[in-house]
Ligand binder design. Structure first.
Ligand SMILES: *Cc1c(COP(=O)(O)O)cnc(C)c1O
Length: 377
């Protein structure tokens, strides 16, 4: 295949890349919106650079769709979101240092508070503090204990530069802990009764993310903060509100940068699965440095010119080998597909995540920034 360096198609000048479908993300947002209705705020969780899809680009799409706000972990992601969505609230989940008060001020971010110590430090670090209180309803991670919330709210009310805009929890379950979502929700409801009695219920109560949206419609409260669903990553088993979603990651591709038929002059055949005499070896310009795992399951393939080419171990930082013996027309510069549709065949996300020995979210979030994002719609 000829590579035209003047072409408009950015992928033509790349050696490896991933294709991200922004209209799939817009579609998924609309599916969530129609499931929860107009009255529930959607705070799009764009942590981990929007699950690898690019926080800024995804925020631009969601801003145009009318999203209510965002959740983020890193200041870098928050900055990228702010550049593309100047007006909407951005909630920082626990994870940033209070030394960053001036950036929180500059970008107009909302921080999370889980303890009196955090409240005190943040109220010094930021001139006018906008905050959500996080409560831990049984996830054993960040968040105030339910019993601490009343004291925290009472203390915050006395600080003139602090505005508590919301209270949230992450409805998630530890493996082996059983289905505790309903118990977690009832802990939140008890807190709500107490806050309403004390007259200090924050404006936004938020509990559900992706799983809750699908399985617990009664837990919508004022806002939800789904992440995975926006990118088409969801397990619809037992969904009471099944959604029709599209994957945001359309493809992972790399170019064939070397092709040769080996002969005996190269020396003995390596004692590794898949190697043999006189085979045709191809090299793809992608490796574990781009976020592929150090080793792939045996049987993992790339598709070149519509044919499956087995991937040969081991993987290298920037290269991997494929067996092109059965793809005789493959040549230097051709495109190889590690994920996606091509001609007659396709490698789907479930096949890829099994070969990566991870799950679908693990594939999205494990890809490295060096695997250039090409946006398609
Ligand atoms: C990760 C995370 C989310 C989003 O979770 P999904 O399962 O991807 O929807 C929401 N809120 C918090 C606090 C999180 O850490």
């Amino acid at each position: 295949m000829m590579v035209d360096p003047k072409s408009e198609n950015p992928a033509l000048s790349l050696s490896c890349w991933r294709e991200i479908n922004l209209s799939a993300i817009a579609h998924n947002y609309r599916a969530i919106r129609s499931a929860v209705g107009r009255d529930v705020k959607i705070m799009a969780c764009l942590k981990q650079d929007a699950y690898g899809c690019g926080a800024g680009q995804v925020a631009a799409v969601l801003d145009a769709e009318g999203v209510d706000g965002y959740g983020a972990v890193s200041l870098q992601d928050a900055r990228h979101i702010r550049e593309r969505s100047p007006e909407k609230p951005i909630l920082l989940y626990p994870g940033i240092s209070p030394n960053c008060g001036s950036i929180v001020d500059e970008l107009g971010l909302t921080v999370t508070i889980s303890s009196l110590a955090e409240l005190e430090i943040w109220s010094y670090a930021v001139r006018k503090l906008s905050a959500f209180i996080k409560v831990d309803l049984g996830f054993w991670r960040a968040g105030a204990l339910p019993a601490e919330v009343a004291g925290l709210l009472a203390c915050a009310t006395r600080l003139s530069n602090v505005q508590i805009r919301g209270l949230y929890a992450h409805l998630s379950e530890l493996p082996g802990s059983g289905p505790h979502a309903i118990e977690q929700c009832s802990r939140l409801k008890q807190l709500l009764v107490a806050m309403e009695k004390a007259g200090n219920r924050p404006g936004t109560i938020m509990l559900s993310s992706s799983d809750g949206v699908l399985r617990h419609p009664e837990m919508d409260f004022d806002a939800i903060d789904p992440g995975a669903l926006l990118f088409g990553l969801a397990n619809m088993t037992h969904a009471r509100r099944p959604l029709s979603l599209r994957p945001a990651l359309d493809a992972i591709k790399a170019r064939v940068v070397s092709v040769k038929r080996v002969d005996d002059s190269i020396g003995p055949v390596p004692d590794l699965p898949g190697y043999r005499r006189n085979m045709r070896i191809g090299v793809l310009a992608i490796g574990w440095g781009h976020g592929l795992p150090r080793s792939l399951a045996l049987g993992a393939c790339a598709i070149v010119n519509g044919r499956r080419a087995p991937i040969l171990p081991p993987l290298h930082l920037e290269h991997l080998r494929i067996d092109l013996t059965e793809v005789p027309d493959a040549s230097f510069g051709d495109e190889a597909v590690l994920l996606g549709f091509t001609g007659r065949d396709a490698i789907g996300l479930s096949e890829l995540s099994a070969n990566f020995n991870t799950d679908d979210v693990g594939v999205y979030c494990g890809l490295q920034p060096s695997l250039t994002r090409v946006y398609v719609s």
